[in-house]
Write a protein of this length. Structure first.
Length: 429
């Protein structure tokens, strides 16, 4: 079978017909039987949905017609299970779900209840049946889909991967945390609630300081681990898809990092990807941090820790809720121009000023059954300047900085990348 995938489509306006580079991108994407992208916006018309009290960063919303433009690239699979899925509340979520459903794109990760959100969805192709399971590790808790009970309707939302977070400390430092908590009484209310039986007791090897949890360990370390209940649900979905599909793709949205560089995927994400493949998944397609992350081949299965962006139109937001203006010391009497200018410190900081966010790759891979046999990457670059109708749109590029950047970060994962005569990158493992 053959596959192509793209990263985040932060699309906020229509794409004009046959823009420069469109035909070459479409031809490359179209080589896949399954062709995936991450839809990073909500779809609803002005006045149809109220904004949430939170957003994924920027309140993203555009008209559903943009799906027509993305489908012209050849995509046939997507997910909108990301941190922006409920920027415009449950109404915006429902309208996005309905628009994607109506478009004919196979999608997963969002649903009217947890069972629907976590279920694999299937694409029929002439060369086999492909399952898509979509997971999100960056979300407000209210976004999580809820399971139905015999008498209570399920809650619409996303298929979430919750994280268990804590800091390990040696005994001396853990004792100091306990002293601080006792002296400041920061935990007093929680201690009362805990004694009332609403939360489990802490052991001698644990401490809390407000919302921070500490655990006795050999060294000082911040730990993030995938929640085992969520992992069990995801592995169960993979198990189900093994019967129903010839190939299983897992889409995962995560901004989390290890160390102090945005390019480094968090340790839990690496463990998550390996566990999914161990359970029977055949490819992991990551997105979220808006830049490229390493490529790893694990058990003859590709792991793209992040494919970066495919469309980046953050400055094309037409309107915003009062909450967004208020957050930056303005009111909705101001323009969106003033709002974005203030947030970006006069357009000097943010995603739209960082060239890493505008450089990416589109992978094309072939398999013999489920075993990876070929992996080629098309380097792409989104326009950072020029006409307003072109900024943020992708096209193929020959910028060797992308090659060196990706090659260097992927080598520690056992993936070697070379440049072919045609300018595409080829992966070896």
């Amino acid at each position: 079978m053959k596959f192509t995938a793209a990263g985040d489509a932060i699309i906020q306006q229509r794409i004009y017909e046959d823009f420069p580079g469109f035909s070459e991108l479409g031809a490359f994407i179209g080589k896949g039987d399954a062709r995936f992208f991450n839809l990073e916006t909500t779809l609803n018309h002005e006045g149809e949905a109220s904004a949430s009290a939170f957003s994924g960063g920027t309140y993203l919303r555009t008209n559903p017609e943009v799906l027509d433009d993305l489908i012209k690239f050849g995509f046939n699979m997507t997910s909108f299970n990301n941190n922006h899925a409920m920027d415009y509340g449950y109404d915006g979520f429902r309208l996005t779900w309905e628009a994607v459903e109506k478009s004919g794109l196979v999608h997963s990760g969002a649903g009217r209840n947890l069972a629907e959100a976590s279920a694999p969805k299937y694409l029929e192709t002439k060369n086999g049946r492909v399952a898509l399971i979509s997971v999100n590790a960056n979300f407000d808790p209210s976004m999580i889909a809820g399971e139905a009970s015999p008498r209570v309707k399920g809650r619409p939302g996303i298929n979430a991967l919750r994280l268990d977070k804590y800091i390990t400390l040696p005994e001396k430092e853990l004792s100091e945390i306990k002293k601080i908590a006792k002296a400041t009484k920061i935990n007093a209310e929680m201690d009362i609630v805990r004694k009332e039986g609403y939360f489990p007791e802490l052991s001698d090897k644990e401490a809390e300081l407000g919302s921070l949890k500490f655990v006795l360990g050999e060294e000082m370390r911040y730990v993030m681990k995938a929640n085992e209940k969520d992992m069990a649900r995801i592995e169960k979905a993979i198990y189900e898809a093994r019967l129903q599909a010839d190939y299983i793709m897992v889409s995962v949205h995560s901004h989390h990092i290890s160390g102090d560089a945005k390019e480094n995927p968090a340790e839990f994400l690496k463990e998550f990807a390996h566990r999914c493949i161990d359970a029977g998944a055949n490819a992991i397609v990551g997105h979220g941090p808006h830049l490229l992350r390493p490529i790893e081949i694990y058990k003859n299965s590709p792991i793209f820790y992040s494919l970066g962006d495919f469309v980046l139109q953050l400055y094309s937001v037409e309107f915003a809720p009062e909450d967004f203006f208020d957050k930056h010391g303005l009111t909705s009497a101001s323009t969106v121009h003033e709002l974005l200018k203030k947030r970006s410190k006069d357009f000097t900081v943010g995603l739209m000023t960082d060239k890493r966010m505008f450089r990416s790759v589109i992978p094309y891979w072939e398999t013999d059954g489920t075993r990876l046999t070929k992996l080629v990457l098309m380097p792409i670059e989104m326009k950072m300047d020029g006409h307003k109708s072109e900024i943020g749109l992708p096209r193929r590029c020959d910028n060797m900085e992308i090659f060196e950047y990706l090659r260097e970060m992927s080598e520690p994962y056992g993936t070697k990348i070379k440049v072919n005569e045609d300018g595409f990158y080829e992966c070896e493992w």
